[in-house]
Write a protein that binds this ligand. Structure first.
Ligand code: UN1
Length: 481
């Protein structure tokens, strides 16, 4: 990697260095390699960002939807043209493999392009009126100034799928990315700026997590969208609600892959491998629970181990490496300590579980005891956000679905079966926002709703047409000539 990039905030259409404390990012795979450097935005600069967003809001809302979309389409082209270079930077900053990094930048471009076409879709509804000479129209209008708080694990795709609909539906934005990944935020903001967004429409302020407090408490905030941990999401939601500010939060997952007795075991082993260990398990949609019908548990685990034997862990920028580090050495040691604790609570280590080496962990498989003891093990209940897969054996479909449903999270689930009736019964029987039949639990297409059931999600879903629900409110118009 070349010299560190100097970060800049985007406030009112101008790039600024920031007057706060030192910030920056470093490569989790290469101790000492600095990726970006800069200074945090000061509280006064966060205020300026809000003031700029407030001032820009009426003009932006008046611009035709089609014209706003065209700016996003131009940004999509810019992002796409940098996929290789920014993908490599993403890999250096966040630690996912080069292929995953390039894939994520490409996905961000696809999201921008999908949302850029909003003007080509229906925008509102017309209802019959019970009164003669009247029609009732429902129109969508922007919230105003929207705060966007994004996590480290998808440093460009998640911001794109929040910022694109926020902007296309006429809101202005103050964006605070995760402190570990400022470079990719700077890249996305620069693509949108270069595409020609008017000053103040998108403001990027970088800094420590405490900056989230300044955003949620800001008097100029009209809506807040957040992706991150359950604890932070709930705390922010409480504060937003206390001021009547609408909020959308995408939080934890404890997603199961359920391999039933009639499953195609080779296919299931491959998909479970991808679901659990791609991006080093750092996806809210990652598979962290494996529910195995006892009848196929042994042959399935044999296949999974065979696949894991060819799953090279190392520098994510080296071709052939399948899994890089987690986001930091600190995160790695927390995950290793949780694995240790799960063993103390009765789990059996089938694979991995070694102490962290810097930010690196090896793929870990933990088998949990049957019965309540296993269901209460922290490896079954807590989102560890790393390459740790907890295994539980069950007898039959009902027990399998019950194990997958255990607890209050319900983001995603994968079910492996060859039987269509069983697959259909999972639609009602498993309480999640995304259900995959015969494919891994992770993944999200730009044109379909994304979000969790139960306590995984708060507020409307993201992506696709669903995104409009959060980023607009409706005006019902009783119209007589
Ligand atoms: C995916 O599964 O590809 O934070 C996307 C996350 C999710 C996005 C998952 N919001 O991991």
């Amino acid at each position: 990697m070349s010299a560190p990039i100097t970060l800049q905030h985007l406030i009112n259409g101008t790039w600024r260095e920031g007057a706060g404390d030192a910030i920056g990012s470093s490569n989790p795979a290469r101790p000492g390699e600095v990726v970006s450097v800069g200074r945090a935005a000061s509280p006064a600069e966060v205020d300026q960002a809000f003031a700029a967003a407030r001032a820009a809001a009426p003009g932006w809302a008046r611009m035709p939807l089609q014209a706003r979309g065209e700016l996003l389409a131009a940004a999509a082209t810019i992002v796409e043209s940098h996929a290789k270079e920014w993908g490599a930077e993403l890999s250096a900053e966040e630690g996912k493999t080069l292929a995953e990094g390039v894939g994520e930048v490409t996905r961000a471009a696809q999201v921008l392009r999908y949302q850029s076409e909003a003007a080509h879709r229906e925008q509102g509804a017309v209802f019959a009126s019970p009164r003669a000479g009247e029609q009732i129209l429902v129109t969508h209008k922007p919230l105003g100034v929207v705060g966007v708080i994004t996590p480290f694990n998808f440093p460009i795709a998640i911001p794109a799928w929040k910022i694109a609909p926020a902007l296309v539906y006429g809101n202005t934005v103050v964006w605070k990315p995760a402190s570990a990944v400022p470079l990719l935020a700077y890249r996305l903001a620069s693509a949108l700026h270069q595409a020609g967004l008017p000053a103040g429409v998108l403001n990027l302020v970088m800094g420590p997590s405490s900056m989230g407090d300044a955003i949620v408490d800001h008097a100029d905030l009209d809506g807040l969208t957040f992706t991150g941990s359950t604890g932070v999401g709930r705390a922010l939601a409480g504060r937003a609600a206390s001021r009547g500010v609408p909020m959308q939060a995408e939080m934890g997952g404890k997603n199961a892959s359920v391999v039933l007795a009639d499953a195609d075991l080779d296919l299931a082993a491959e998909q479970v491998l991808f679901g659990a260990f791609r991006s080093t398990g750092q996806k809210c949609t990652a598979t962290s629970r494996l529910v195995l019908d006892r009848a196929i548990a042994e042959p399935f685990l044999e296949r999974l181990r065979a696949r894991l034997a060819d799953w090279p862990v190392g520098d994510p920028q080296t071709p052939g490496v399948a899994m890089g580090p987690v986001i930091s050495a600190r995160a790695a040691s927390t995950i290793a300590a949780s694995t240790q604790q799960a063993v103390e609570q009765g789990a059996t280590l089938l694979l991995g579980g070694e102490p962290a080496e810097g930010a690196f962990l090896t793929p870990t498989l933990l088998q949990l005891p049957d019965g309540d003891e296993g269901l209460e093990n922290l490896a079954w209940t807590e989102e560890l956000f790393g390459p740790v897969l907890a295994v539980r054996l069950v007898d039959g479909v009902q027990q399998a679905f019950a194990a997958a449903n255990h607890g209050d999270l319900g983001l995603s689930c994968a079910v492996f079966t060859r039987d269509i009736a069983t697959a259909l019964s999972a639609v009602d029987g498993i309480d999640v926002g995304m259900l995959h039949v015969n494919s891994e639990s992770a993944g999200a297409d730009p044109h379909v709703p994304f979000g969790g059931a139960k306590r995984s999600g708060y507020g409307p879903k993201e992506q696709g047409l669903a995104a409009r629900e959060f980023f607009t409110h409706t005006t019902t118009v009783y119209l007589r000539g």
